[in-house]
Design a protein around this ligand. Sequence first.
Ligand code: NI
Length: 226
Amino acid sequence: MMLHIPAVLTLDEVNYLRLRLEQTDWVDGKETVGAQGAQVKQNRQLPEHAAVSLELGEIVRAAVKRHPTFISAALPLRIVPPLFNAYAGGEHYGLHVDGAIRQIPNSTMTLRTDVSSTLFLCDPDEYDGGELEVVDSYGTHEVKLPAGDLILYPSTSLHQVRPVTRGVRVCSFFWSQSMIRDDARRTMLFEMDQSIQSLRMQLGDSAEVLSLTAQYHNLLRMWAET
Ligand code: NI
């Protein structure tokens, strides 16, 4: 499932992150990628272990953890500290798949990448190109969102970032290990949860709504890894 979640960050949060990022030293994005990715990756990133990365990443992580749609769609068990990247002057990131396992910085823990997220920090009219393209069995999907909006997609997908030919594209990106490893199951639970919430708004806690809620939790109980 690909899902666009609007306004995950407030305008104030976006502006604060952008101001801080402008005052920060970026490094070559090849430093944080495996062998396949390094051949096709051309961008800049904040160093993963830098204090500023962890501090700014925490603002993004706190925002997604309090966002009910993100929680419902990703059902996160763990979220890596969000990272930041920038593309300009033709920089791009060719077709690749993200590594399955990531080390969590400053810890001995690892995380299985189930759900990938990109949070846009620039508006689409600030740069040309820079579309995120995600390939799945339904075709290729092009994404370029307003500042503060997030796209999530299964980490199993091939994807790329098209060359940025004008302006600068700055985003935050991160991975979640979901309690539900399988994308199809995660999608079913999301659709069910959204429908239950809509029914609850219309009908209140009717017997049927309570029954569906119980089934949702029983499926989660059956499938969740915690
Ligand atoms: Ni990627």
